[in-house]
Design a protein around this ligand. Structure first.
Ligand code: HEC
Length: 104
């Protein structure tokens, strides 16, 4: 039954029901990150500009989202976001990397 099976797949993970931007709000990313400009952490547009053309960036950033880290952008630590599933972390990383370049 085609309809039934696609509905159950959609219900499996939050990432398939929430758009990445809604995920970012739900996980509290936006309390430290601006879409464009630096707040506590770098702006998502700044991150996208830094890694543009880097094919490894989605996987690497997905890992960093879940494990946290420091030293790439400065001395403020990004705490590990262990509530974020691997699938959601990858969706968030791809979305961050898809932000348009920051205006000069
Ligand atoms: C408590 C503040 C805080 C929260 C909450 C937070 N971040 Fe961060 N984030 C930071 C800081 C600070 C950095 C810079 C770390 C560094 O310099 O290595 C950072 C860096 C990043 C980077 C770039 C990593 C790199 O290596 O260039 C990404 C992508 C990112 N955050 C995504 C997210 C996402 C997605 C969430 C929500 C699930 C999130 N952050 C929640 C503070 C935060």
């Amino acid at each position: 039954m085609l309809l039934g099976s696609s509905l159950s797949v959609a219900a499996q993970t939050a990432s398939q029901t929430l758009a990445p931007q809604a995920l970012a709000s739900a996980y509290g990313c936006m309390s430290c990150h601006g879409l464009v400009r630096k707040q506590v952490g770098p702006g998502f547009a700044q991150i996208a500009a830094r890694y543009r053309g880097d094919a490894q960036a989605p996987m690497r950033l997905a890992g960093k989202i879940r494990n946290g880290g420091v030293g790439t952008w400065g001395r403020v630590i990004m705490p590990r976001q262990s509530r974020v599933s691997e699938a959601d972390a990858l969706a968030l990383a791809r979305w961050v990397l898809s932000q348009p370049p920051p205006p000069p």
